[in-house]
Design a protein around this ligand. Structure first.
Ligand code: AMP
Ligand code: TRP
Length: 325
């Protein structure tokens, strides 16, 4: 039997190259080797206020992005979280297992609440527990995500182990699946930060829907470190990041990338990188336009049916083991 992978992304903001290289690209490469579930986590999205109409549109658009990136709905299960009530049902039970102290240590909550935890929603605080529910519901073996989600994965493991110990074997304890290169794509304007959908500097992030001129401009304006050589070097995070993007999109080896730009400076590398990104985005954006709403809705409906069936067994077991029902 194939091992199961589960991953998801929120239908908010716009997806960028960091999301693609850190998460979606891996999903596509893994989907044939694993029993794969890819979720659009709209319940996570509402932990901060959303415009309902925009949320609904973004949810479908994210499904479109998954498919354009190469996720095959005949191979993988693609679905929307809120269409499977078991996510919320399991989250409640796990809320009673997770500790306040554990959640207080989550750096994403600290970042997202911006130090104003008093006015953050309770949902934002308990966000990682809902994420644990997503994963544990499907007896997931591996969770492919970017580096920023590692802490949430550790919490998920802790919750699963505690539950299994106190209430009997109920959950598979999942492993994170974080690929080294691309696990953290950095901001083009400040390589001490990750590339993010909410960066106030519009040149910091390459969005998957950017047009060619915008891409070329952003790459041209990307900051560089001191030094002029084009090399992979952990101590020069800016060029390291740009080369990583180049390497991942071209599929070339590190050595080949370095040889290619040996003796040539940023002046030649940057346009080459810009072209590479543009040529990657062009067919991606073409595919994106191909799917109509009805087709997407049907795919999501079929995905949710399958997910509901799988989730039922876990919910029944969990509730039974807790003495409910
Ligand atoms: P989010 O945009 O926070 O909903 O993240 C969706 C997925 O993209 C998660 O698996 C993240 O770990 C991944 N991700 C987000 N930003 C980056 C980045 N800058 N580099 C690599 N992966 C990222
Ligand atoms: N928290 C993840 C993010 O911000 C999204 C997510 C929700 C997720 N549930 C998940 C990722 C389960 C992997 C598995 O990127």
């Amino acid at each position: 039997m194939k091992k199961r992978i589960f991953s998801g992304a929120q239908p908010t903001g716009e997806l960028h190259l960091g999301n693609y290289l850190g998460a979606t690209k891996n999903w596509v490469e893994l989907q044939n080797d694993y029993d794969s579930m890819f979720c659009i986590v709209d319940l996570h999205a509402i932990t901060v206020p959303q415009d309902p109409l925009v949320l609904r549109r973004k949810t479908l658009d994210l499904a479109r992005i998954y498919l354009a990136a190469g996720i095959d709905p005949d191979v993988s299960t693609v679905f929307v979280q809120s269409a499977v009530p078991a996510h919320a049902e399991l989250a409640w039970a796990l809320n009673c297992i997770a500790k306040m102290g554990e959640l207080q240590r989550m750096t994403q909550f600290k970042d997202k609440s911006g130090g104003k935890s008093e006015s953050a929603s309770v949902g934002l605080f308990t966000y990682p527990v809902l994420m644990a529910a997503d994963i544990l519901l499907y007896q997931t073996d591996l969770v492919p995500v970017g580096q920023d989600q590692k802490q949430h994965l550790e919490l998920t493991r802790d919750i699963a182990e505690r539950f299994n110990r106190d209430y009997g074997e109920t959950f598979v304890v999942p492993d994170p699946y974080i690929l080294k290169a691309g696990a953290k794509i950095l901001s083009l304007k400040d390589p001490s930060k990750k590339m993010s959908k909410s960066d106030p500097n519009e040149n910091a992030t390459i969005f998957l829907m950017d047009d060619p001129d915008t891409v070329m401009r952003k790459v041209r304006k990307a900051v560089t470190d001191s030094g002029t050589t084009v090399e992979f070097d952990e101590n020069r995070p800016a060029i390291n990041n740009l080369l990583t993007i180049y390497r991942m999109l071209t599929g070339k080896s590190e050595e080949d990338c370095v040889t290619e730009f040996e003796g040539r400076g940023y002046g030649e590398f940057k346009p080459a990188l810009g072209e590479t990104v543009v040529e990657f985005l062009r067919p991606f954006q073409e595919r994106y336009k191909q799917f109509d709403d009805e087709e997407l809705k049907n795919i999501l409906k079929a995905g949710a049916e399958k997910a509901r069936e799988l989730a039922r067994t876990t919910i029944d077991n969990t509730y039974k083991n807790l003495g409910l029902r």
